[in-house]
Design a protein around this ligand. Structure first.
Ligand code: BG6
Ligand code: MG
Length: 216
């Protein structure tokens, strides 16, 4: 049995509840384009890149647009999203996240952020968590989106920890898949229906303790 040496955390939906802001911005765009976008549809966008999210959204609405228009719409959605996250403060860190990060560090477990978001630094600064991560890998540092394992492999590499000693925390199906493909164990945060492949499923970091970390 090997000791866990690093914990890698997704951001949106794990550390902060920004999934609701992403949803509001995408829904506004869908409504402008003339179709509805439900919370159920939104599950498909979790964890995937901005560009891929727009493609899925347009697929749901049955809308076809050229690349230039798509780029303009993605930028518009991001402007609305940034308007919302610019107002975030420390109170929007999800229950248990700050405590669990601190417990990991006290126990000598290294911490990394592994997020698809290009807005991760703005969010971490606003909620006061930049210092809690030894390594930050965000959407500006990756070329392949989850379920590709790149984001977590880059995180483990930067930490200098072998993948077998890493545990990932994820709320998205694509993220759980990315963690498993990276050869890491995964704690799923959310519903067992979507995250059944994770090694442990919890409803939030408030439930997490070091002794529950899944071992090899
Ligand atoms: C992920 C979210 O963390 O980041 C996705 O789960 C989002 O919903 C992706 O599309 C990209 O985020 P951003 O902030 O770069 O648009
Ligand atoms: Mg997420």
């Amino acid at each position: 049995m090997s000791r866990v040496q690093a914990c890698l955390f997704d951001l949106d939906g794990v550390i902060v509840d920004t999934a609701k802001y992403h949803y509001l911005a995408w829904r506004r765009l869908a409504n402008e384009l003339g179709f509805d976008f439900t919370e159920h549809d939104n599950e498909r966008l979790k964890g995937v890149s901005r560009v891929r999210s727009l493609e899925i959204l347009l697929e749901i609405g049955g809308v076809t647009l050229d690349a230039q228009t798509q780029a303009a719409l993605a930028a518009k959605k991001n402007d609305w999203y940034v308007e919302m996250i610019a107002k975030m403060d420390e109170s929007e860190v999800l229950p248990g996240a700050r405590r669990f990060l601190a417990e990991c560090r006290t126990a000598g477990i290294r911490t990394a952020l592994g997020s698809a978001s290009k807005n991760a630094m703005l969010i971490l600064r606003n909620v006061g968590l930049v210092d809690q991560f030894d390594v930050i890998i965000d959407g500006n540092k990756t070329s392949a989106a989850k379920p590709d394992p790149e984001v977590f492999l880059l995180g483990a590499h930067a930490l200098g920890v072998a993948t077998a000693h890493c545990v990932v925390f994820e709320d998205a199906e694509a993220g759980v898949e990315a963690a498993l493909r990276a050869g890491m164990r995964c704690v799923g945060i959310g519903s067992p229906q979507t995250l059944h492949r994770a090694n442990l499923i919890i409803s939030g970091l408030a439930e997490m303790t070091l002794d529950r970390l899944p071992m090899e």
